[in-house]
Design a protein around this ligand. Structure first.
Ligand code: ADP
Length: 256
């Protein structure tokens, strides 16, 4: 679904990303971890075509990326729900903008509302569709935000530190929510995170990046069965991988 071959990016004279090569299969969930400033957000912008690479090639869905791609959903740290719209209407938003839903949004409103309700049920917001964002907790807002990011069934979901602002309990609930959504819809996912436990819990493959200029140093397959559950975090395989990645990141951080 996503292929990067020898991709580099310079901001002016500053090399932010060097020789990034990766291959992400359809339906695969990957996490990208690394010290801050290593180019994780830059990598996201390159994949979605918001930035042209200085060198190398990027493909999305077997087509060369030459400008902003269609078919990618995004979610960031802040939920950015529209404050005057209810939960249902916030989640509905992409369906009012993106084809083929846009043309159906008047004639077939009921079917689209059912589609929204179905996702809200999956994330535990089934009874909160008529609430405004200020009536929801931060975790609930992020649940709605995730629904909005995938309601139009994008092939790729980009997640840039989506849970960084949440407390530890809420965060782990949302790992579960995100996994449920992924198992329901099987999009390809790219998650940028500082949280190694989160990366290992959610991903099929974890990529570790170096200090600037960012390079991909390690690719680690996560062999844990799905669905992963809170108990998975006590599985020795899980803790061993987290510790191993922690040691790798520490080595990277101490390299300079
Ligand atoms: P990360 O997401 O891993 O924290 P970024 O991709 O945001 O890293 O940034 C990588 C490096 O590029 C950082 O040193 C950052 O300061 C620099 N950078 C990011 N965006 C720009 C920009 N628009 N212009 C100049 N430098 C930038």
């Amino acid at each position: 679904m996503v292929r990067m071959a020898g991709v580099s990016l310079k901001y002016g004279d500053m090399l932010a990303l060097e020789d990034a090569t990766l291959d992400i299969a359809d339906g695969e969930f990957v996490a990208v971890v690394g010290p801050s400033g290593c180019g994780k957000s830059t990598l996201m912008k390159l994949v979605t075509g918001l930035l042209p690479p200085t060198g190398g090639d990027i493909e999305f869905d077997r087509k060369r990326v030459t400008g902003p791609v269609r078919g990618a959903g995004m979610a960031f740290q802040n939920a950015t729900l529209l404050p005057w719209r209810t939960t249902t209407d916030n989640v509905m938003l992409p369906l009012e903008i993106v084809e083929p839903y846009k043309s159906q949004s008047r004639s077939n409103r009921k079917a689209l509302e059912d589609k929204v309700q179905n996702l809200l049920d999956i994330v535990g917001l089934g009874d909160f569709g008529d609430r405004l964002p200020w009536q929801l907790s931060g975790g609930m807002q992020q649940r709605a935000n995730l629904c909005r990011a995938i309601i139009h069934e994008p092939k790729l979901l980009m997640l840039d530190e989506p849970f960084a602002a949440l407390d530890a309990f809420t965060k782990e609930d949302l790992w579960q929510v995100l996994q449920d959504l992924w198992m329901h819809q099987k999009f390809t996912g790219i998650l940028v995170t500082h949280d190694l436990r989160e990366a290992v819990y959610l991903a099929d493959t974890v990529y570790v990046m170096s200090n600037r200029p960012g390079r991909i140093l390690h690719r680690c397959h996560i062999p844990l069965d799905r669905p992963r559950r809170p108990e998975t975090t006590f599985d020795p395989v899980y803790t061993e991988i987290v510790n191993d990645l922690r040691a790798k990141i520490a080595a990277v951080r101490n390299a300079k």
